[in-house]
Write a protein that binds this ligand. Structure first.
Ligand SMILES: [Mn+2]
Length: 318
């Protein structure tokens, strides 16, 4: 086992109270890594107080329950953050007095949290990292824990399609299945079943996607459309991975407008041009081929779309 995993397990052993948090607007990797790590620690150390915090999302309740705690009453806690590179995006830790923080993340490094940091941007998911650490430890791994880790890995790697799926991903998944005998094919339904409204909305996006001559595809989705289809902004932006394999499209972007908070959420994916540079120009960030931006300024959106179209042109002309 790597040094850093050992150090993390040692810290976990030391603390009586452990708070496990992840990013705001969680996805299955964030939620499942959080719940899996909490449950694994509780199985190993039944007397410890281990809490998975942050706002819940109705459709993810099937992966397990989050804990409601009074942060002001917590003291001397170990905080573990999962799947989040910037501290301001950690959800559910307002007024929490923690003694130490450990960061486990697979996003490129953005800022130090001033504690132990395990960052592996070659890992396809945070669940892959947590799975690796647990597999190499002396922890028992329950079927529930293994199922959640599997779901996070499958979800973040988009069923092993995305480029950061590696030999390691498959090795870790194989070990998880060997060790726990989870019925992994039955988990797909849990992960991929969705309401008819969402499928109809997918049809709306497919019909209204704008594609430039440079191979840049985008759509701006307003609040009314989201309401009309009975979906939410997060659902809309997560659909971006359903458009991975469009011939002659190099970069594709969904802009969803959240009227209540007056914010444009931009999701960007690429098959070639590196896009996180453009995203950071607008105070966003992410991976080379998967980035995001949030802004309340519509001018930013217009400029961002122009820049991305340009990236496609340069890529095409190369
Ligand atoms: Mn992730």
């Amino acid at each position: 086992m790597g040094d850093i995993e050992k150090k993390i397990l040692k810290k976990i052993k030391q603390y009586e109270t452990i708070i496990i948090a992840r990013h705001i607007g969680p996805d299955p990797d964030a939620i499942c890594s959080q719940i899996a790590l909490r449950d694994a620690i509780k199985d190993q150390y039944p007397k410890k107080n281990v809490y998975a915090v942050g706002s819940g999302v109705g459709k993810f309740r099937k992966y397990g329950n989050l804990d409601k705690i009074d942060n002001e009453k917590i003291s001397n806690a170990l905080l573990i953050t999962l799947d989040v590179p910037n501290f301001y995006r950690v959800d559910g830790i307002e007024n929490l007095k923690f003694k130490e923080v450990i960061k486990i993340d697979h996003h490129p490094f953005e800022e130090s949290f001033n504690g132990l940091e395990w960052i592996d941007d070659s890992a396809c998911s945070t669940c892959q990292m947590v799975a690796l650490m647990l597999l190499k430890s002396n922890y028992k791994i329950s079927c529930d824990v293994a199922s959640n880790l599997f779901i996070g890995i499958v979800s973040d790697s988009d069923r092993f399609l995305l480029s950061y799926t590696t030999l390691n991903t498959f090795k870790i998944v194989t070990s998880l299945i060997e060790r726990t005998q989870i019925n992994f094919s039955s988990l797909y339904e849990k992960l991929y079943e969705r309401p008819l409204d969402e499928i109809r909305f997918l049809g709306y996006i497919a019909t209204n996607l704008i594609v430039t001559e440079n191979g840049f595809a985008y759509i701006i989705i307003d609040s009314k459309t989201i309401d009309d289809y009975h979906v939410d902004t997060a659902t809309a932006s997560n659909m971006i991975n359903d458009f991975n394999y469009i011939k002659n499209v190099y970069v594709w972007t969904f802009v969803t407008y959240d009227e209540k908070n007056n914010i444009y959420k931009v999701n960007i994916r690429s098959k070639g041009p590196v896009i996180n540079g453009v995203a950071s120009k607008y105070h966003g960030g992410g991976h080379k081929f998967a980035s995001g931006v949030r802004t309340s300024d519509y001018n930013d959106i217009e400029n961002l779309l122009k820049d991305l179209d340009n990236e496609c042109k340069n890529f095409k002309d190369k």
